[in-house]
Structures are given as structure tokens and as C-alpha cells.
Design a protein around this ligand. Structure first.
Ligand code: COI
Length: 350
């Protein structure tokens, strides 16, 4: 596939000024990639200036949420330039999400070319402080104007990017969500689709009013084992061993989750992927057997958890941040930012 670089995209890059404070996902790079799918084939790609999209008001995505997305990061990689972290895992997960919603999977080569062209043109926008990066957001949506509940025949694939800090710097307080579910049994919990995030918003607004930061979602089938947070996976340390919910069809298979498990095993930690009963977990926190907990994700990196709230009860973690969270965070960032040898072949230089 060839990619047409619009002169206006280059001009918009020249005029871009990086703000002093980044936050997460609010500063947008001034270019974006687009490819279209029509009549069973993908068009060539284009690098365009960042800007509003023209969508027919009857486009399927606006009514039936036929869309999926990804999140990955580009880092300043030592003296060698810019490094992307495991982009092929995001390409594979996006293909899985697309298939779940009856969308044509974006071929891995198109995904990689699109991410590469955006990141290469935005190299000057990759922030240099540790923990900061260029957050890259590919997304795919059904654009056919037609109100029948059938799969779209037309799609658009975009890649936008945002120079960002970590999603949730500092400790987090989690609220055990016992009422709502984030995803259904047999639903889209293991696909990265906007509907899962929309379903989490009511819980987030309730918990914010109670002084918490994030929901801890329970499995929608049994309502008593831990699944994940709204945009992060969950880990706990018990008697020195690392525990995380096993993949079960309603948990998103996080790239950071899998990378931390690899790093933990490599460091000789005992690791358990298993069903974690929420009431057992809360008791183990109360008794001091569970000393630390943390969440992880591409956007969040590793975020320590200081408290679990369940109704009126509060359960404080003894260590936040705890040593295991900090050890794994450092090991991960050292690879991503080029301070440690890339022993697992995770980094792709742009
Ligand atoms: C990511 O970590 O890339 C995510 O998608 C979380 C995001 C929804 C904030």
C-alpha cells in the first residue's frame, strides 16, 4: 500500500507548538492517517492534517457503535530515535476486536505502515521525560449510511496521536462495583470496543462522588470474581507472589499485562493467573496477607492502588506504591525508554 502525504499535513506540523503541560490525551498531534475500506478492498493511505471528520448522520458507527480502537506508545529510545512498544500485539488485538463486531480486520501491514507514518512525522512531538510518550490511537469504524441493524459495507481506519503523560499518575483508590457490569457474558469484554467504556461511565460518575478514582469490575457471569478496571488490568501481591485474574472472555488481554507477567517470571517471582474472589481478596487485604495491588495498561503504565472501597467499608493496602509494582514499572520503562537491553525483542524502531 502506498501512503500519500498531503502537503497541508507537513505545513500543520511546521506550525505546531508543544504546550508545557501535557496531561493525557488532550494535546493532539496535528496530523492523522486515514484509509478507507469499500467494495471489499482497502484504499491507499493518506497522511492528513488533524481535523474534524465528515460523517453521514446515518453512519452505522453513530447508531450501532460498530467501531473498535487500540492504544500504543512511542518512546524516546535512548540515542537511537523513537521506539514503538510491541505494535504487532495491538495489530492482532485490533483484528480480534474488528472480527467480534463483524468489521474487516485491518491487515497487520496496513496497521504498521499507518502507525509508522504518523510516528515518523511526529518524531519531534515525542516527549522526553520518563513516563511520557506519544500515545497512538488507531481506530476503525463502520461508515455506511443505513439504519438497518446489519454490518456496514464501508469503513474508515484512522490513526491519531497525542503527546501524553501517564493516564493516572500517583496512587488510585478503587471502588468495588457490585451493581453494574462492564461487559456481558458472551459479549465484547475481551474486545477493545467503545461500548465497554461507555458502559463503565455510570459507575465512574458514582464512584467519583464518593471520592474514588476507578471501578473494580467483577465478572458479569458470577458477580464475585475480579475482572479488571475500566481501562486497566488488575494485579495483587499476596505473600510475595503476584496474582492477576486469568483471561476469561470478559477481560481485555492487555499488552502491558502480558509484558509484566513476562518480566515478573523472568525476575523469579511466583506468578498466578487465576480467578480471584473479591471477598477473599478484601479479607486478605484486611489481614495484611495482600500487601500491595496495582493496575496496569498502556496509558496507565503501572498505577499503585492504595485503597479498595466496598459499600461503606474501606480496605487500605499496606504498601502503595509497593516494591513489586515499582520493580516491574522500572523494568518495563527501562526497556521502553532504552535504558535496558531489549531481551524480549519488544521494541520496534521507527
Ligand atoms: C490504553 O491503555 O491504551 C487504554 O485504552 C486505556 C484508555 C481507555 C485510557
Amino acid at each position: 500500500m502506498s501512503i500519500k502525504i498531503q502537503p497541508e499535513a507537513i505545513a500543520s506540523l511546521r506550525g505546531f507548538e508543544m504546550p508545557e503541560r501535557l496531561g493525557f490525551g488532550t494535546v493532539m498531534a496535528p496530523v492523522m492517517f486515514r484509509a478507507r475500506f469499500q467494495d471489499g478492498r482497502w484504499s491507499d493511505g493518506e497522511l492528513l492534517p488533524y481535523g474534524p471528520l465528515a460523517l453521514d448522520p446515518a453512519a452505522k458507527v453513530l447508531h450501532y457503535a460498530q467501531s473498535c480502537f487500540e492504544g500504543l506508545k512511542a518512546y524516546r529510545y535512548g540515542d537511537e530515535g523513537i521506539g514503538l512498544f510491541r505494535p504487532e500485539r495491538n495489530a492482532a488485538r485490533m483484528a480480534h476486536s474488528a472480527q467480534r463486531l463483524c468489521m474487516p480486520p485491518v491487515p497487520e501491514s496496513l496497521f504498521m505502515d499507518a502507525v509508522n507514518v504518523v510516528v515518523a512525522h511526529c518524531a519531534g512531538l515525542v516527549p522526553g521525560n520518563s513516563g511520557e510518550s506519544l500515545y497512538v490511537r488507531p481506530f476503525l469504524m463502520g461508515t455506511q449510511p443505513d439504519l438497518s441493524v446489519t454490518a456496514s459495507r464501508a469503513y474508515e481506519f484512522y490513526v491519531i496521536a497525542s503527546p501524553s503523560e501517564a493516564y493516572h499518575p500517583g496512587n488510585m483508590r478503587l471502588w468495588v462495583e457490585r451493581e453494574d457490569s462492564r461487559a456481558a457474558v458472551g459479549g465484547t469484554g475481551d474486545a477493545k470496543v467503545g461500548g465497554n467504556y461507555a458502559a463503565s461511565l455510570q459507575s465512574i460518575s458514582r464512584l467519583k462522588a464518593r471520592g474514588y478514582d476507578q471501578s473494580l469490575w467483577l465478572n458479569p457471569g458470577n458477580r464475585h470474581t475480579v475482572d479488571e478496571l475500566s481501562g486497566m488490568n488488575f494485579f495483587a501481591v499476596m505473600d510475595g507472589a503476584l496474582h492477576t485474574p486469568a483471561l476469561n472472555g470478559s477481560i481485555l488481554e492487555g499488552v502491558t499485562r502480558e509484558s509484566l507477567l513476562t518480566l515478573a517470571r523472568d525476575a523469579g517471582l511466583e506468578v498466578h493467573e487465576r480467578a480471584i474472589d473479591i471477598d477473599d481478596l478484601l479479607q486478605l487485604v484486611a489481614s495484611g496477607t495482600c500487601t500491595e495491588a496495582f493496575a496496569c495498561g498502556t496509558a496507565a503504565i503501572v498505577s499503585p492502588i492504595s485503597e479498595l472501597g466496598d459499600g461503606e467499608q474501606r480496605y487500605r493496602l499496606a504498601q502503595a506504591p509497593g516494591p513489586v509494582a515499582m520493580q516491574l514499572r522500572t523494568a518495563l520503562l527501562d526497556i521502553q525508554e532504552g535504558r535496558a537491553e531489549d531481551r524480549f525483542g519488544w521494541m520496534h524502531l521507527v
